[in-house]
Design a protein around this ligand. Structure first.
Ligand SMILES: Nc1nc2c(ncn2[C@@H]2O[C@H](COP(=O)(O)OP(=O)(O)OP(=O)(O)O)[C@@H](O)[C@H]2O)c(=O)[nH]1
Length: 297
């Protein structure tokens, strides 16, 4: 009998901030795992999403946006994470936004390792300016001229368009291997970490420009009881007067943040979640940041 060999490998999703990397990974694996927001550079951690089907397993590594605007030690460190995340991957997915190929895109492209195949993914094809087929083709030609891509796929991550085409195009680029992870596993991050990321995302989404600079999220307790998760999360701010910004009038903002976070968690964990989010003042955290700044970090 001639069986088709199983394929399994690592895929890094890279691109300048805001091109839709997190949205793409969420849609590819069908669950909300990575943090997305309209604000640029919200992804701070490498997050692995795992896609498994009967023929292949794709292990995605989401990377923080390349920091191309300001060179400082922190940005260098973030860029190092990106390079680290790409080390040892089998395929790189280079995401660009349809009809917008910028210097920042070119900078990212230049930093990709030479010997790893790169799949060009043109995202956001749902946008009006990408609807003209000839213009889109001209755009693809322009980007293709910048590097030797192993393939090109057009998608709309937001609308989940052409996700299957992308998966199908990536599969043959992976090595023959047995699956490295159990088939029901979608991430190697702990539920605890994911809960924290979800709250962080809501804070970004609902506080927008008001977001206090010195803000951190900490899981104080994560318990399982009768099949239900009980999660206690503290939002740490630097000063007493920042508390009302997060809490909002009559507690409305914090309520919205925790309700939405709970609903996302229930979907992700497939169980009832009891979530309590509160705001705490912890000046020490910001002092650490100040200390780092003084050290030039
Ligand atoms: N119209 C449209 N918008 C999209 C699409 N994909 C993503 N977006 C939007 O683009 C913005 C950025 O998406 P993210 O997924 O957070 O982008 P990212 O590349 O992960 O960003 P960083 O974390 O900053 O590196 C969000 O507002 C998304 O809703 C798409 O296919 N079409």
């Amino acid at each position: 009998m001639n069986e088709i060999a199983y394929r399994c490998g690592f895929v890094a999703i890279v691109g300048r901030p805001n091109v839709g990397k997190s949205t793409l990974m969420n849609h590819l694996i069908g669950q909300k795992i990575s943090i997305t927001s309209k604000k640029a550079q919200t992804t701070r951690h490498k997050i692995t999403g795992i896609y498994t089907d009967p023929a292949a397993q794709l292990v995605f590594v989401d990377t923080p946006g390349f920091q191309t605007n300001h060179r400082n030690a922190l940005n260098d460190r973030l860029n190092l994470n990106v390079t680290e995340a790409m080390g040892g991957v089998d395929v790189i997915v280079f995401v660009v936004e349809a009809m917008r190929f910028t210097d920042a895109d070119r900078t990212v492209l230049r930093q990709l390792p030479a010997h790893t195949p790169v799949m060009l993914v043109v995202n956001k094809i749902d946008k009006d300016k990408a609807k003209n087929k000839e213009a889109l083709q001209a755009f693809i030609d322009e980007v293709s001229a910048a590097s030797a891509f192993a393939g090109v796929e057009t998608v709309s991550a937001k609308h989940g368009l052409r996700m299957a085409n992308l998966i199908a195009a990536l599969k043959p680029m992976l090595p023959e291997s047995v699956p490295l992870y159990p088939d029901d596993m979608v991430t190697d991050k702990s539920s605890r970490f994911l809960a924290m990321e979800i709250v962080r995302e809501k804070l970004f989404r609902y506080l927008g420009e008001e977001l206090p600079y010195a803000l951190n999220v900490e899981v104080e307790q994560f318990k399982e009881e009768n099949g239900m998760y009980e999660i206690y999360i503290a939002v740490l701010v630097d000063k007493e007067n920042q508390k009302p910004i997060v809490i909002g009038k009559g507690g409305e903002k914090l309520k919205k943040i925790s309700t939405e976070a709970r609903l996302d968690m229930e979907k992700l964990f497939e169980r009832k979640v009891f979530l309590r989010v509160w705001v705490k003042v912890k000046s020490g955290w910001a002092d650490d940041v100040r200390f780092l700044n003084e050290l030039g970090l």
